[in-house]
Design a binder for this molecule. Sequence first.
Ligand SMILES: [Fe+2]
Ligand SMILES: [Fe+2]
Length: 383
Amino acid sequence: MATDAEILGRNDVDDIDAILAITNRDVEEAIHVVQDNADAIFTWDYEKGKRPALNKLYEKAKHAQWNGETDLDWSIEVDQERQARNILELRAGLMADAGVDLTGTPMEKWTEKEWIEFSVENQNWSLSQFMHGEQGALICTAKIVETVPWIDAKYYASTQVMDEARHVEVFAKYLDTKLQGHYPINAHLQMLLDDIINDSRWDMTYLGMQIMVEGLALAAFGMAHQTTEDPLLKQLLRYVMSDEARHVAFGVLSLKEFYDGLTAAELLERQEFAFEAAVRMRDRFLQQEVWERMGVDVKLAIKTFNVGDKNNDPFQQLLFSKIVPNCKKLGLLDANDGWLRQRFDTLGVTQFEDWVDTGEEYLELDAVSADRAAAAAEEAAAG
Ligand SMILES: [Fe+2]
Ligand SMILES: [Fe+2]
């Protein structure tokens, strides 16, 4: 059994100095090379639909394709400063509720100008990280096409490669044409993506990407979709989420079958990986690069905004609302005497264990089909 230090590179999961010591040291890097240690696998069993749930997902995915250039209205003007103001109002309410006290910090002297600048940087940073995460998903699903031994899964994964290309494309276009400024990838996110791609076992790509990274993305996109008032970003997120829900379902359905056949020792390795991924993702949300750009000491900012225990932040916790029920469904929460449950308790996220898992949710979140049906009904009524 690995210790937390072996899994995370630090003894204390909340050691803030160790977390902040991990930074992106090459922000000018143009390409990033990762060793992919997995075997590419051919299968000679071409029987389609042997795994009916995956086959259903594949057929659904073929119908739910959309075009990032034409299905979104890019003529919409985006007023980032107005958006920043709206977000600030929300944030002010949250800060007051949490009892944040700015006395004696640089933020105490901030005028509206600095707060708006912070809010703009915050949005640039968040969407940049989403974009980088989407590229991670693009690479991981291309890898799954190669490494998974089942034909139904190869078929489905190939549709996800197309989905992820579209996601990278629309986030990049939104950042380039509607906002001002990209951020390089966050070092914690890069570490996690590198670990996922490095691993030689095909199911680890699924666990790291489909369950952990995409589970968190689905929750984060849902929150961003609710809070944004920009109609273009709202629609973009709505369509991306409709794809993401299928992606997480793909992970849950595939791993459920595979994990049912694993030994306790093998399951423990998966639990450790899930824990590591959860911590890396939590660490990335400290958004250290934004504080640096604002000229504020990162540690001071984190201490100021995370009153008391930083694992008590409700926003932070909600990011795990998809991951935890899915881990439970896969048997990862309770295997080996609840090893992962104890870790999730420390992170303050176990309360989501009985929320709906994502095995079927994609049917509800299929915004693309819903819009097409509505447009067809409108046409028929006019017709
Ligand atoms: Fe995606
Ligand atoms: Fe995805």
